[in-house]
Design a protein around this ligand. Structure first.
Ligand code: UDP
Ligand code: MG
Length: 154
């Protein structure tokens, strides 16, 4: 099943919004398969944000992401990456739709609360960057019968 990486960024920790983020993803029907709190350092941030390292905002982004611990999570679900991006909302929270996490709780692009993988391939890459195999849990979620049709559960 498809996997996606979520990071509750330092502003989510400071503002007490980690529970709200988890709550929204749980209610959607996604399966939490890994979760931990950690402090990010330059090497992992440069790898995670490889596509942005040369951009003008990167230095500020790295400094911000190191400003307090973060909570990283791996979630699983049928076509979950796209569903999660919809729940998260646009990168600029002032343009994000109401009802999304960024649209409801944030104002600044550099303080947009949450990272979410942007494709199935980056989800795979990012989950394995932040989690070892034994930190990822495989289990049956009984409510799957009420969330998916059989062909979506494979
Ligand atoms: N970012 C920023 N300024 C910008 C563009 C991006 O600070 O002008 C930060 C912001 O925190 C964003 C992250 O860099 O979430 C990664 O940017 P991306 O375009 O990948 O947005 P996302 O995938 O997080 O929506
Ligand atoms: Mg991105």
């Amino acid at each position: 099943m498809e996997r996606t990486l979520i990071i509750a960024k330092p502003d989510a920790i400071q503002r007490g919004l980690v529970g709200e983020i988890i709550h929204r993803l749980e209610r959607k029907g996604l399966k939490l398969i890994g979760l931990k709190m950690l402090s990010l350092d330059e090497p992992i941030l440069r790898e995670h944000y490889a596509e942005h390292v040369e951009k003008s905002f990167y230095e500020g982004l790295e400094k911000f992401m190191k400003s307090s611990p973060v909570v990283v999570m791996a979630w699983e679900g049928f076509e979950c990456t796209n569903s999660v991006r919809i729940l998260v909302g646009a990168t600029n929270p002032r343009a994000a739709e109401a009802g999304t996490i960024r649209g409801d709780f944030a104002m600044g692009t550099g303080r947009n609360l949450i990272h979410a993988s942007d494709s199935k391939a980056s989800g795979q890459r990012e989950v394995s960057l932040f989690f070892t195999d034994d930190e990822l849990h495989s289990y049956d979620k009984s409510e799957y019968n009420d969330i998916y049709e059989p062909h979506e559960r494979d």
